[in-house]
Design a binder for this molecule. Sequence first.
Ligand code: ZN
Length: 135
Amino acid sequence: MIKRLDHIGIAVQNIDDALKFFESALGMKLDHVASEEGGKTDVAFLPVGGSEVELVQTHDAESGLGKFLAKRGEGIHHICFEVDDIQAAMAQLKENGAQLIDETPRVNASGMQYAFIHPKSAHGVLIELYQKPNP
Ligand code: ZN
């Protein structure tokens, strides 16, 4: 059910500051920046090979990401796998007793469906599942 590693999400305090490292020092190319969750979250995508690095910044200290940053500081926040059928993947996870954060997939600005698996069920890793919109 898992097709590929789509991206690794890195929690940062400030995307512009983080880009100084990822673009200038590491030489990666910024693909795009987007605002998500009604402006609460900004994301920046930097493709590398067939995957991407996603820098995530929040403007809401009470959000999951805000609490993560307050508690642990910047760092790897989640990994994201692309799936063909997110509904089927979520059903299979539930059948296997995994705890999901989202009961139904959320949809982002690009029409991508996504859902998170609780780190308690995934050996401490927050896992995001992604299904691309049908072309
Ligand atoms: Zn992500």
